[in-house]
Design a protein around this ligand. Structure first.
Ligand code: 13P
Length: 245
């Protein structure tokens, strides 16, 4: 299992330090792989806290460019230099807020690979796409367009995050999660066999109270958690549920 907390655009540096420290203190022995994705401006402070712990951290986005005239962007080399070991790419909030295309996201996955960072590639359908029966084809086309055809140093993890379940309190049913995750596994086996065994995370309103159900679904290798990753007790509750699953 792999449990990841996406802190999104929340908190102060003091809050980021406190949250990271509470996770370091509270992480039980035998916990699954645990990662946190703080705002970029808090990465250095968080790294100071977690550096001798099993928790690792990543960025919430990266540029596909190596360096240069890209105001406001962060390169994978900068992320690696500050102690990040991974990066989220293609989150639906980036797709919506910044118009990120599948093609742009492919460039980011490749950049992460080149720096030896683990990419957490987010895919997922909108409510309209699900209601019109297109959920699986949308996710397949995102996978096809955003995943390189060859893989080198960095790992790639898939996060299935139905857009309508993010921050809404609505969680996909265990049946829907099982169906989508099984489809993703089969798609990877058929089209990207090099990463066919990778973690497939579920994301979208995961909380300690529903985590056991989510982890009981087929082919769920963990969770990408937003809101509930901002409180240490909630996030540690999800980790505890993963340990029981
Ligand atoms: P919530 O857990 O707040 O629904 O967010 C999920 C998410 O977008 C994680 O990347």
């Amino acid at each position: 299992m792999f449990i990841a907390g996406n802190w999104k655009m929340n908190g102060t540096v003091a809050q980021a330090r406190d949250l990271a420290q509470a996770l370091v203190n509270g992480l039980p022995d035998g916990a699954p792989a645990t990662a946190i994705f703080p705002p970029a401006i808090h990465l250095a402070a968080v790294h100071d806290i977690i550096k001798d712990s099993p928790i690792f951290m990543g960025g919430q986005d990266c540029s596909s460019a190596e360096n240069g005239a890209h105001t406001g962007d962060l390169s994978v080399a900068m992320l690696a230099d500050i102690g990040a070991r991974g990066v989220i790419v293609g989150h639906s909030e980036r797709r919506t807020d910044h118009g990120e295309s599948n093609e742009a996201i492919l460039g980011k996955v490749k950049a992460a690979q080149s720096a030896g960072l683990g990419a957490v590639l987010c895919v997922g359908e909108t409510l309209d796409e699900r209601q019109s029966g297109r959920a699986e084809t949308v996710v397949q086309s995102q996978l096809a367009a955003c995943l390189p055809t060859t893989f080198d140093s960095g790992s790639v993890v898939i996060a299935y995050e139905p857009v309508w379940a993010i921050g809404t309190g609505m969680v996909a049913t265990v049946q829907d999660i099982s169906a989508m995750h099984s489809m993703i596994r089969q798609w990877l086996q058929a089209h990207r066999p090099e990463i066919a065994d990778t973690f497939i995370l579920y994301g979208g309103s995961v909380k300690a109270a529903n985590a056991a159900d989510v982890f009981g679904a087929d082919e769920v290798g963990g969770a990408l958690v937003g809101g509930a990753s901002l409180k240490s007790d909630d996030f540690l509750g999800i980790i505890a549920a993963a340990m029981k699953a």
